[in-house]
Design a protein around this ligand. Structure first.
Ligand code: ADP
Length: 549
């Protein structure tokens, strides 16, 4: 028997309509690449988005067409999201931190019709425009006065483009809630980047999940600063979550430094924020230097790579800010798990809670998870067994855009995340490594993430990375690579002494290398592949000793 409820299509347009009716006067504040601060509200952004939708229609954009952006988190970028998704086109957020070749590949692969870019990225456009095969319209997200002159290329100024339109427009109804609405490519550390194509349905369901109290907990009385970029993994769904709930939205434009973030957090009275650990490293160092406090901030969500325990502890004990550690992937829209405290932990000593918060949290309803061994057998959730992490759910990719391989799921619909993880009896997930970064020493695996987290707890360590280096007896042994904090001195012996009580004895690195900096991917993650190349001829002292014996 079928249920007798309305067959109402889930669509991003319904988010926009709800926002306009209910939250039009809620402020949207944005720093911009030109230097001016925009102070408007959702109503104004939606009106301007409708003008943009009319302009895009006049430029020939049709439902299903890809509209690309190369943009910081700004009100104009938000308007592009609103316009493209609302009109039935597909917003394709391109990561400007990728190499020019990758950006060209991605835009051509997506067959983007229009490219809207921030003036900061004019040099990228200049570099790649002639290699773009399908993009015919270039729009600089600025006014006429700041519109860059890019030799031989017609560039439209965003403000003039939308000024020609009335904004008298209604978002069309979506006929198929599974129609595509967003496109985002993974960084592709191996091979070409792969496109994840979100649907209206997946986006709306992900938005509900993002707002829940144990996920990002976005409410109408909050002010949200999503430092996490709109050009990568949908800014963790924040722009849709604030549009649905009516939280005030503050956007940091091209500024990620501790000083600017601190000013925004305190001047705009931000209550919730979200970003990768490297951003918070900068802010915490700035707070330490200036002695400033965070009187308004209630909660920070940290994810994208592992949040060290010391970082979580600093926020919670020094600044009275609650940390939620999250795990996700572009393929998951991106939210997969969040580490909010549950009944079993709510009265536990803070030290125990911090240990658990250093894990990657519990799965959000909507994301099923399991860990399996190499043969695909499910492993127990005992807090000890580790294996490949598989997921399935309504906002998880089933195949990549225009992929020849077709489905990326196994016969039961599970997607292999490429992460190796442990799940404990309370359901907390612990990512130990990416499968390709695992260090296999004498048949045992050790967790480079645990070692890195322990190492950054040392007061003189700014950043740490662990890689496996060849060893004649053990196959591989861990090498710890460290960037020291400015002006600090620390020796290998100090580090090893610091780590000894914190990690299993056989995990202790065989050597410590000090470097000026560690290579990062376009999404701010440690680039293990490059680091391994850099140290490929490195000979561990224990390997020398082994050969000599
Ligand atoms: P890209 O490789 O393009 O940066 P993603 O942002 O989708 O792509 O990266 C997802 C990966 O980031 C996950 O598979 C996982 O390895 C890592 N990751 C995300 N969040 C965390 C976290 N909290 N702790 C450890 N690793 C994380």
């Amino acid at each position: 028997m079928r249920g007798l409820m309305q067959d109402f299509k889930l669509s991003v347009a319904s988010i926009l309509n709800h926002c306009e009716l209910n939250h039009a006067n809620v402020p949207v504040v944005s720093l911009t690449p030109e230097g001016k601060t925009f102070r408007g509200n959702y109503g104004l952004c939606l009106k301007r988005a409708k003008q943009l939708a009319q302009a895009l229609t006049a430029l020939g954009v049709e439902p299903g067409d890809r509209v690309a952006t190369l943009g910081w988190n700004t009100h104009r970028h938000l308007e592009c999201w609103y316009a493209a998704t609302g009109m039935g086109a597909i917003i394709h957020t391109v990561n400007p931190r990728l190499f020019a070749d990758q950006i060209t590949y991605i835009i051509n692969h997506a067959e983007d019709k229009v490219l809207l870019f921030d003036i900061t990225f004019a040099p990228i456009i200049e570099n790649i425009a002639s290699a773009l095969t399908s993009t015919k319209v270039f729009v600089a997200m600025t006014d006429e006065a700041h519109c860059p002159n890019i030799g031989g290329l017609e560039v439209l100024a965003y403000e003039s483009l939308i000024a020609e339109q009335s904004g008298d427009y209604s978002w069309p109804d979506v006929e198929d809630e599974n129609a595509a609405v967003g496109l985002c490519y993974t960084s592709g550390t191996t091979g070409n980047p792969k496109g994840v194509l979100y649907s209206h349905r997946s986006t709306v369901l992900h938005t509900y999940a993002a707002c829940m109290a144990d996920t990002l907990a976005v409410s109408a009385t909050d002010t949200m600063l999503p430092v996490v970029p709109m050009f990568h993994a949908n800014a963790w769904g924040v722009p849709y979550a604030t549009s649905v709930t009516g939280a005030k939205l503050v956007l940091n434009g091209p500024h990620f430094d501790g000083d600017t973030l601190l000013k925004l957090l305190n001047d705009e009275r931000i209550t919730i924020t979200a970003a990768v650990p490297t951003v918070w490293l900068g802010l915490l160092q700035h707070l330490e230097k200036t002695g400033a406090k965070l009187p308004h901030l209630k909660r920070v969500t940290i994810g994208g790579s592992a949040a060290p325990r010391s970082m979580i502890e600093a926020f919670e004990t020094k600044y009275d800010v609650q940390v939620n550690h999250a795990w996700g992937m572009t393929e998951l829209s991106p939210l997969g798990s969040v580490g909010s405290v549950n009944h079993a932990l709510k009265d536990a000593p803070h030290d125990t809670v911090l240990d658990v918060k250093a894990k990657q949290g519990r799965s959000i309803y909507g994301v099923e998870m399991k860990i399996v061994d190499e043969a695909g057998n499910e492993l127990p959730r005992d807090g000890k067994s580790y294996g490949n992490l598989l997921v399935r759910g309504p906002w998880i990719a089933g195949e990549y855009f225009k992929s020849e391989g077709g489905s990326i799921l196994d016969k039961d619909g599970w997607f292999d995340t490429g992460d190796v993880a442990i799940i404990d009896p309370l359901g907390f997930l612990q990512i130990t490594d990416r499968a390709k970064d695992v260090i296999k020493s004498g048949g045992e695996w050790s967790s480079s993430i645990d070692l890195e987290n322990a190492a950054v707890g040392h007061p003189a360590v700014a950043e740490a990375a662990v890689i496996g280096v060849a060893h004649p007896k053990w196959d591989e042994r861990p090498l710890l690579v460290i960037v020291k904090k400015d002006g600090m001195t620390v020796s290998k012996a100090d580090i090893l002494e610091f780590l000894t009580p914190k990690v299993a004895k056989w995990w202790l690195p065989d050597d410590v290398a000090f470097v000026d900096d560690i290579p990062h991917t376009a999404t701010g993650k440690i680039q293990k592949l490059r680091l391994r190349e850099q140290f490929k001829d490195y000979v561990l002292p224990t390997a020398v000793a082994e050969v000599a014996s």
